[in-house]
Design a protein around this ligand. Structure first.
Ligand code: T1G
Length: 689
């Protein structure tokens, strides 16, 4: 961390540096050092103006999020710095390159002027962390750009360009070299009067902007508090507005949603850490061959093309190959039509795709991703051919979602180069990528796969080899409870309703209707043979035996008259009542609390086993898998974080109570959970492992 000073004539240039993102850290001393430098410059008679800039072509990514987790008062140091800048009797000009976001943007608007490079970007991302700009942003920004633009920035968290920031009044000038331009403009007398934004006129659109913002549906706690902060601008002095903002910020900082969202932010970065592989160099991946032109193969190809990679898609059947190409082109065209993608970029991505019928025609690649039928004989054929054709350095990956990656690796003479890359459908949309490490996968292959995940904008999480890896193995226990609840007394709409009220993007009955009930059916059949002592309810099988596989057949647990919208079907209720009667279960009233606890704690219990077995490195890996791959509510931080928040002793007591009930066999408490409770520890204590 450094603050570099350079006096050029009467202008003092202050450049602050705190790699990698110039976080305004109190703990690391940057904020204090900046405050001292400003005070010294104000007292120095040789200094007439101050130009502030960030090092390494970036202004600042905001306050140091690690700073105030347990030391909220540290933010007062940031607020003091901004007040000192604003109160400076000498003009302070922010010269901005790159990202200027969060507390970084609050620093910039505490200065008297702002000169930015065209590539600079501005945002208040705090809302995505369950926070609000807590160091003056809600009071200063509206005075610069009006309440409506300020609330749009604060409530959306979106980034805007320098041109847009200039247009709405957040910045004053755009220049190739902001530092030089700031000096030139000061020398010309353009930027030489101090202009504290806090003393600027109250914008005229506060009431209207607040009214409009409040019309939005399901505003989060952070959004409600941010609106309240802007609303007071009309009625209280600036200083009082700052203290109201600080009060709301402190409340949010301590709120569960914000703690969960911050857990997710750091968790997505922690899961990239592969224990024991910190020093291993990742292999570059510039070209990829995708083997298989089905739904997954085309989705994977689109994801890679979107990341700017050259992709060769191998599909032996002419019609399959033509359909794959057509589906890929259609996706890019649709994104252009919807304004998500420029026509030129779409053309570049389309041009980066080649298709052919055989691996021999495909030419060499750095990475091969097999996405063929989920059958071991077919995998053997593909990997035997890959072993013969792929260059020695190439990574050989399988997109398998259920098969044994070690068995697949054994089809080759290079198991150290073999890894699972389990994409989630639709592969070009879902963020999660399970990276399945075989027993003989080398650290270099694993590290390269993790770097590849980041390269293609995915959240890579490493999983060991077991049935279902991490995500699907846990999901099976979640579904097992959901199906038992149906035969014990609940109906699909109640199970889905309870879990969607908890925050799941889609309840289990709906999600399996979407994914295809036949997929779950085949897994249950396989597991019935492999694990006869761990049965499921027959209810979903009965639905499948009617040929009702969900949306794709127009009916599953629900009817889909328009192909998408679920409609309750009395015939399914009859089927469930008959099944309860057939197996002699006296149906009972089941409340939503029990539905949620049984489904979510089943995840937690299985997750504890998965960590104990080393299939997942840490509990946070399970959280990120569920946040980015299974629609777990972000404001609850994932199953393991949620369990910590509930208190593991409470979770264990509830699990023990379920063990005394029907299907108690499914509720054997995971030894790790019991041990953590006995030691008074949390899952979080295992995350630094
Ligand atoms: N605080 C602490 N560490 C941060 C950080 C931050 N604000 N931003 C990034 N890092 C770490 C990150 O954890 C990783 O480290 C490394 O930097 C590289 O990040 C007062 C209260 C800026 C777009 O929300 O969105 O200001 O974990 O891998 O992909 O009102 O980082 O690997 O050891 O993400 O190039 C508001 C959060 C804070 C921005 C760069 N600011 N950061 O993305 O690199 S609250 C934010 C980002 C605030 C004020 C409020 C991204 C990025 P490690 P990275 P990247």
């Amino acid at each position: 961390m450094n603050v570099f000073e350079r006096l050029e004539g009467a202008i003092l240039h202050l450049q602050f540096s705190n790699p990698p993102v110039n976080a305004l850290s109190v703990g690391a001393g940057l904020v204090g050092a900046l405050h001292d430098a400003i005070a010294k410059a104000v007292a120095d008679p040789d200094v007439a103006a101050i130009v502030l800039s960030g090092a390494e072509g970036r202004f600042s990514a905001g306050a140091d999020l690690r700073d105030f987790d347990n030391r909220p008062e540290r933010l007062d140091r940031l607020r003091d710095l901004f007040t000192a800048i604003e109160a400076s009797p000498k003009p302070v000009i922010a010269a901005i390159e790159g990202l200027c976001i969060g507390g970084g943007l609050e620093l910039a608007i505490a200065a008297h002027y702002r000169v930015a490079a065209d590539r600079a970007r501005f945002a208040f991302p705090e809302i995505s962390l369950g926070l609000l700009p807590g160091a003056g942003g809600t009071q200063r920004a509206p005075r610069l750009c009006g309440a409506s633009h300020a609330l749009d920035l604060i409530l959306s968290g979106k980034q805007i360009s320098a041109a847009r920031a200039l247009e709405i009044g957040i910045i004053d000038h755009v220049a190739d070299d902001p530092v030089a331009e700031a000096s030139r403009l000061f020398a010309r007398g353009t930027l030489n009067a101090v202009r504290p934004s806090g003393e600027m006129a109250v914008p005229a659109d506060v009431a209207e902007a607040v009214e409009a913002a409040r019309q939005a549906k399901s505003l989060s706690l952070a959004a409600l508090r941010a609106i309240a902060c802007v609303e007071v601008i009309d009625t209280v002095p600036f200083e009082q507005g700052l203290s109201i903002e600080a009060k709301h910020f402190a409340e949010l900082l301590d709120s569960r949603p914000s703690k969960a969202l911050r857990h997710g932010f750091f968790g997505r970065r922690e899961v990239a850490r592969i224990p024991g592989a910190a020093k291993v160099e990742a292999r570059r991946i510039d070209s990829v061959t995708v083997v298989g032109g089905g739904l997954m193969g085309t989705g994977i190809a689109i994801a890679l093309l979107d990341a700017g990679l050259n992709v060769t898609l191998v599909e032996p059947r002419d019609e399959g190959r033509a359909n794959a190409r057509k589906a890929i082109m259609k996706t890019f065209d649709r994104n252009v039509e919807k304004g998500r993608l420029g026509a030129e970029v779409a053309a570049q991505r389309k041009a980066a795709l080649s298709t052919c019928g055989t691996l021999e025609e495909a030419g060499e690649a750095d990475l091969y991703i097999e996405a063929v039928f989920e059958d071991m004989a077919v995998k053997r054929e593909v990997f035997t051919a890959l072993d013969r054709i792929a260059p020695p350095h190439a990574i050989l990956a399988s997109n398998t979602s259920t098969l044994d990656v070690d068995a697949i690796a054994a089809f080759t003479g290079r198991p150290q180069n073999v890894v699972g890359l389990h994409f989630f459908s639709p592969a070009n949309v879902m963020r999660l990528l399970e990276i399945v490490r075989g027993a003989r996968t080398s650290p270099e292959t694993l590290t390269s796969a993790m770097a590849f995940a980041r390269q293609v904008g995915k959240t890579g999480v490493v999983a060991g080899v077991c049935d279902g890896f991490i995500g699907n193995r846990i999901f099976e226990e979640y579904l097992r409870q959901a199906w038992f609840l149906l035969e014990e007394g609940a109906l699909p709409q109640q199970v889905d309703g309870a879990l969607e009220a908890f925050g799941m993007a889609m309840g289990p009955c709906r999600v399996m209707d979407l994914a295809g009930q036949d997929i779950g059916w085949s897994i249950r059949k396989r597991r019935a043979a492999e694990q006869p002592d761990r049965p499921y309810s027959r209810v979903p099988d009965l639905v499948c035996e009617m040929g009702r596989f969900g949306q794709k057949t127009g009916a599953g647990f629900y009817l889909y008259p328009d192909g998408r919208t679920p409609q309750i079907d009395p015939e399914i209720e009859q089927l469930i009542l008959a099944e309860s009667e057939r197996i002699g279960i006296e149906r009972r009233e089941i409340d939503d609390k029990e539905i949620v606890e049984r489904c979510i704690y089943a995840m937690v219990n299985e997750g504890a086993r998965i960590v104990a077995e080393g299939i997942a490195y840490r509990p946070v890996d399970i959280d990120i898998i569920y946040l980015d791959g299974y629609g777990f509510p972000a404001e609850r931080g994932g199953p393991m974080f949620h369990a910590d928040q509930q208190g593991l002793a409470t979770v264990l007591d509830t699990i023990v109570s379920f063990a005394a009930g029907l299907h108690g066999w499914a509720w054997e408490p995971a030894p790790m959970l019991v041990d953590l409770v006995e030691r008074g520890e949390t899952f979080a204590s295992l995350n630094c492992a």
